[in-house]
Design a protein around this ligand. Structure first.
Ligand SMILES: Cc1cc2nc3c(=O)[nH]c(=O)nc-3n(C[C@H](O)[C@H](O)[C@H](O)COP(=O)(O)OP(=O)(O)OC[C@H]3O[C@@H](n4cnc5c(N)ncnc54)[C@H](O)[C@@H]3O)c2cc1C
Length: 563
């Protein structure tokens, strides 16, 4: 692996099949350029191409390539022609013997050669360095800067490509996106030896190419923790939204050995919010990504373990231990558990829509799709704050360039009853945003991606089909608590009951084994608490989720004292 500071130095690559000459060129280059450039030496065209492909994947810069003309197998011109496919911006020079100057002159046209140098190049101060200086100058003025961070090569209409982008974005992993049908995307696929049939291809900063990676595979390659360090904790927090992150911060900071388990990326619904305006202490608003990043750092600082891509599928009480199971059958234990699994977006059921999820139809993932939406017409389904925020964000807020038009589709006669007043005011001020009331989506159409939607007027049943490539759906959410069946009590909609909601006429819930009533956020299983949106009758706000996370930890302490 190349050290990061090595990568920052643009390379000068030299290839010559005569080892003595190759070493001598490299030595002369190193003497003058070694401090600012990495000198990479190869003794055949194929070996040099391999090195260039590796550097391409690692996002390293190549400024200059010097190739000997007479080499067996690939001659210098053939080599430079192929090297150009990998690094079109690198400046090129050919080393030739006097007898080959004719070939070198021809190469000026074939491979857009910048210079040819006659062997021997002694003294280098006169014959080699002025040429390389000028090549470096030309390269510096050009605009080919490879990207050292994670790269995704994908297709705009590939559902998996957008899922991977969203996953990395929500985990705050910086990445650069390359379309597979554009030249640089194609060059990266070639360097990775991928045919582009299976997308996306994710290239890690170390240059490893992952074809259609799963989320756990991606998580481990980009440095996110996925494996618990032990099998017994004081506190297991399930869910990494504001309630779970709040619990992890308070749990760890108050001395509990705490692990947080998140099935995808931390941040939960709040992580998808472009601007949270009503969270205490942030008068100018804060993006969900920023809030999540800060909360993650805070929880880690206090020693909490945060594991991503770990979906919990089972919970059991084993004596005083609470056992939490994962899909692969493995399990960890703790003295207490906080359920903070929140809610997930409901899917829209109109005919055809399911076929276009991630290919024009998106559930809540407006943030990662904002750039490709620029200049396009966008439709948003839903009348609550999340829909309003997405509309403001995708339109560019009236300040930045954004979508050409944003149409909010709502079933009711107005958004005023379902959206906060400040957001209604904002969307009224932004000229690109319009609200189409009494409207529902009746169908979706297209070939490999969304091309048209049919809308139905709920007053008269009339339909209209419009061109539409972007549809974002924010139509409310439901708790995903099926895995708690038969374990903790829930209401008819699947929300977890706790504390006073479990007590009828002063009586303890059925099967409750203790001689006290459940604490305020305690579920029907002692030592298992609930916080945030997944709790029945919760407030569905960031502040209340964080607050309940903190309060649940306080109740965990009370529970542990009495064990
Ligand atoms: C776009 C948008 C904008 C919003 N804007 C605002 C706003 O401006 N102000 C405001 O106060 N509120 C806002 N809200 C609401 C607010 O985000 C939520 O109330 C809050 O996120 C709830 O937090 P939570 O931790 O309870 O649940 P969630 O945020 O839903 O997090 C739950 C987490 O648990 C994980 N999980 C679920 N099941 C499992 C499992 N079995 N195993 C492991 N992990 C699991 C999920 O992946 C998720 O990350 C907004 C919501 C959205 C969607």
């Amino acid at each position: 692996m190349t050290a990061p500071d090595e990568r920052a130095r643009p390379a000068i690559v030299t290839v010559d099949d005569d080892p003595g000459v190759s070493r001598a060129v490299a030595r002369d280059l190193r003497r003058r350029y070694g401090e600012r450039h990495r000198i990479v030496r190869a003794e055949s065209g194929e070996a040099a191409l391999d090195a260039l492909r590796q550097m391409k994947l690692r996002g390293e810069q190549v400024a200059v390539i010097l190739a000997d003309y007479r080499m067996p197998e690939l001659n210098g011109i053939e080599f430079l022609e192929r090297a150009m496919d990998i690094y079109p911006g690198a400046r090129r020079a050919l080393l030739t013997a006097y007898a080959d100057t004719g070939a070198a002159i021809d190469a000026i046209n074939v491979v857009d050669l910048d210079h040819y140098l006659l062997k021997p190049w002694d003294p280098p101060e006169e014959k080699l360095y002025p040429v390389v200086d000028s090549l470096l100058e030309t390269w510096k003025r050009s605009d080919y800067r490879p990207v050292p961070e994670t790269k995704i090569v994908g297709h705009r209409w590939s559902a998996r490509s957008s899922e991977v982008r969203e996953f990395l974005a929500r985990n705050q992993v910086p990445y650069r996106w390359f379309a597979s049908d554009e030249p640089e995307g194609q060059r990266l696929l070639d360097a990775a030896g991928a045919d582009g049939m299976r997308l996306p291809v994710v290239i890690t900063p170390d240059g490893e190419a992952l074809v259609e990676p799963s989320e756990p595979e991606l998580a481990s390659k980009v440095g996110l923790a996925t494996t618990p360090s032990t099998d017994f904790y004081d506190l297991i927090v399930i869910g990494g939204g504001p309630a779970g992150l709040g619990s992890a911060v308070y749990g760890a900071s108050e001395g509990l050995r705490t692990v947080l388990l998140e099935r995808t990326a931390t941040g939960g619904q709040a992580g998808q919010s472009s601007r949270i305006e009503n969270y205490l202490g942030f008068p100018d608003g804060v993006s969900g990504a920023q809030l999540t990043d800060r909360a993650r750092r805070q929880a880690t600082k206090f020693g909490a373990e945060l594991l991503t891509t770990r979906e919990v599928t089972g919970l059991e009480a084993n004596g005083s231990a609470r056992t939490v199971r994962f899909a692969d059958g493995s399990a960890i234990n703790a003295q207490a558990v906080i359920l903070a699994t929140g809610v997930a977006y409901r899917q829209l059921s109109a005919p055809g829509l399911a076929d276009f999820t991630g290919r024009g139809v998106f559930y809540g993932s407006a943030l990662t799709e904002a750039t490709p939406c620029k200049g396009h017409d966008v439709y948003i389904v839903g009348g609550a704050n999340s829909a309003g925020q997405a509309a403001v964000y995708l339109s560019g807020g009236g300040k930045k360039p954004g979508a050409r038009s944003v149409t909010i589709l709502v079933r009711g006669p107005s958004v005023r009853s379902s959206m906060s007043y400040y957001l209604v005011e904002q969307i009224e001020r932004i000229p690109q945003i319009s609200v189409r009331t009494c409207t529902e989506v009746a169908g979706a159409h297209g070939d490999d991606h969304l091309e048209r939607i049919t809308l139905r007027d709920s007053n008269n049943g009339g339909t209209e089909t419009l061109d539409a490539q972007w549809l974002f759906v924010f139509i409310g959410a439901a708790p995903l608590t099926g895995w708690l069946d038969g374990v903790v009590e829930r209401d008819g909609r699947g929300f977890v009951l706790a504390g006073p909601d479990l007590v009828t006429a002063g009586q303890r819930p059925e099967g409750w084994p203790l001689d006290r009533l459940p604490y305020h956020l305690e579920t029907s299983v002692p030592g298992v608490f609930v916080a945030g949106d997944v709790r029945a009758e919760s407030a569905k706000r960031v502040a209340s989720a964080v607050g309940e996370g903190a309060m649940a930890v306080m109740l965990v302490h009370r529970y542990l004292e009495r064990l």
